[in-house]
Design a protein around this ligand. Structure first.
Ligand SMILES: [Zn+2]
Ligand SMILES: [Zn+2]
Length: 346
């Protein structure tokens, strides 16, 4: 079978390679992948950022997907042939201290599908049963493919933020995690503004408006928008999903005294005076990855329409010309490409 793999330690360097169809181990299901999304970390692999230097190449990438179980190992009890499933791709070892106390998302030895072993940009993938979630019949596969990024947003908002009804919320960054965080924060009762930079004015900010959010462009407009939306007080909660060092310093400017900043994007390095944070008693909270419950909630939000996958996903791209999708993503010309993986079937 053909899979789209990272083949070399340079920018780009994605190729279709030949792989054998995997045989599921006793505790695994063999899943035929139907649809798979492209996310910020896939783009990070494409550009070969330092976080991915540990990868052994070639490695088939892709970690957010929906597929159908076609075979199961002898010990599998919860899933059977024909079940539609999604995978929790960031998984703990089950043995370290964090796993034992229920903090699997910050496991010391976590493995990630599509990074540490072959991923979902190919026809078949073998997955431990414990990492699978059933997809409700009325959620389309191309929509279920985005449950994984939705779960990241669900964790950031529901587990790690204080957003409640009537709260004024700023989501910095209109990329995939930002657009999902905005939707989950709205479902939680927040009144949400989404911010972006100049490059976002063509596709990403208009998409946020289509999803029903007010938007603002970083720069002079920010203060006026903040004053208008919050009567000059500042936002109750600011989520930084930008993945850019300026995201944190901007958040400090935008949050109200006594408010909360939730860091979701991985922002590199910045320097800033931090005594204003202390004197304003800012709650600085991080959110990383997701767990079982975040997945279950996300499937229900996709089902109810609280997260609008139809509007959010972009089906214009093909794994047969993946560079086009990656370049568009990096340039902010799309938010969530979802590939029809059956184009790779032979
Ligand atoms: Zn992802
Ligand atoms: Zn662990």
């Amino acid at each position: 079978m053909r899979g789209l793999a990272k083949v070399d330690r340079t920018a780009g360097a994605m190729e279709l390679i030949e792989r054998d169809r995997p045989t599921p181990a006793a505790d695994e299901a063999l899943v035929e992948v139907e649809y798979a999304g492209l996310c910020g970390s896939d783009a990070g692999i494409y550009e070969f950022e330092s976080a991915f230097e540990r990868m052994e190449l070639p490695n088939v990438i892709g970690h957010e997907y929906c597929g159908t179980v076609v075979d199961v190992g002898d010990d599998v009890t919860e899933f059977a042939h024909g079940d539609r499933v999604v995978e929790r791709p960031i998984r703990g070892c089950g043995e370290c201290y964090q796993c034992r106390i229920g903090e699997e998302n910050v496991c010391q030895n976590a493995v990630i599908t599509g990074v540490d072993h072959d991923g979902a940009y190919e026809q078949y993938i073998a997955v431990p049963e414990s990492a699978l979630h059933p997809v409700p019949d009325d959620v389309k596969s191309e929509h279920a493919a985005v449950v994984e990024p939705t779960s990241i947003a669900a964790r950031a908002v529901i587990e790690n933020s204080e957003v409640g009804p009537g709260d004024r919320v700023l989501v910095e960054g209109p990329g995939p995690i930002g657009q999902l965080t905005a939707q989950v924060a709205r479902a939680q009762g927040g009144d949400v503004v989404v911010s972006g930079v100049g490059q976002d004015t063509e596709y990403r900010l208009p998409l946020a408006r289509e999803l029903g959010f007010e938007t603002v462009t970083v720069g002079e407009e920010m203060a006026a928008k903040r004053d208008e939306v919050t009567d000059g007080v500042g936002y109750d909660v600011v989520f930084d999903t930008t993945g850019h060092p300026s995201g944190l310093t901007t958040a400090v400017d935008e949050v109200r005294k006594g408010g909360q900043i939730v860091l979701v994007g991985q922002t590199g390095e910045t320097t800033m005076p931090y005594s204003p944070l202390v004197r304003s008693e800012i709650d600085l909270q991080c959110s990383y990855a997701s767990m079982y419950e975040d997945f279950e909630r996300s499937l229900r939000m996709l089902r109810s329409g609280a997260v609008d996958a139809q509007t959010f996903t972009d089906d214009r791209f093909s794994l047969l010309d993946a560079d086009e999708a990656f370049e568009a993503f990096v340039n902010g010309e799309t938010v969530k490409p979802v590939f029809d993986v059956s184009e790779l079937y032979e």
